[in-house]
Design a protein. Structure first.
Length: 126
C-alpha cells in the first residue's frame, strides 16, 4: 500500500512523529492542526476566534498543496478545550465552506499541544 507524505510551508511543520498529511489512493488524511502560525511556530493568539481561523487557514493550505480545497473535505474532527466555543467553530466553518457541509465530530478535551484551545483534523477526497 503506497502512501505519499505531504508537507507544505503553508502550515506548521510537524512537531512530532507524524506527517502534515498522507495521501493514499484518492484520500488525504490531514493531521490535527493547532493554531500555530507556520512562519513562527507560535500560537496566533490566546483568543478562540483567531485560533479557529488559523486552524482552518492551515487546513486550507494543506488541502491546496495537494490540489484540493476545504470543500473537498469529507469529515472534520474538532477538538476543543471548552465546548462553549462550538458556536465560534460553526461561524468560521460557515464562512469558509459551501453546502453541503462535510461530516463532523466535536470532542471536548482537557488539553491540547502548546496550550491551544482548538485542534482540527480532516479527511479529504481528491
Amino acid at each position: 500500500m503506497a502512501k505519499t507524505q505531504i508537507s507544505t510551508s503553508g502550515a506548521p511543520q510537524a512537531i512530532g512523529t507524524y506527517s502534515q498529511a498522507v495521501v493514499h489512493k484518492d484520500t488525504v488524511y490531514i493531521s490535527g492542526q493547532i493554531p500555530l502560525v507556520p512562519e513562527t511556530m507560535e500560537l496566533v493568539s490566546q483568543d478562540i476566534a483567531p485560533q479557529i481561523e488559523q486552524v482552518f487557514s492551515n487546513l486550507k493550505n494543506i488541502c491546496e498543496s495537494v490540489g484540493g480545497d476545504l470543500n473537498s473535505v469529507l469529515k472534520f474532527t474538532v477538538y476543543l478545550t471548552n465546548l462553549d466555543h462550538f458556536g465560534a467553530v460553526n461561524a468560521v466553518m460557515e464562512s469558509c465552506l459551501d453546502k453541503p457541509y462535510p461530516a463532523r465530530a466535536a470532542i471536548e478535551v482537557s488539553a491540547l499541544p502548546k496550550g491551544a484551545l482548538v485542534e482540527v483534523d480532516a479527511i479529504m477526497s481528491l
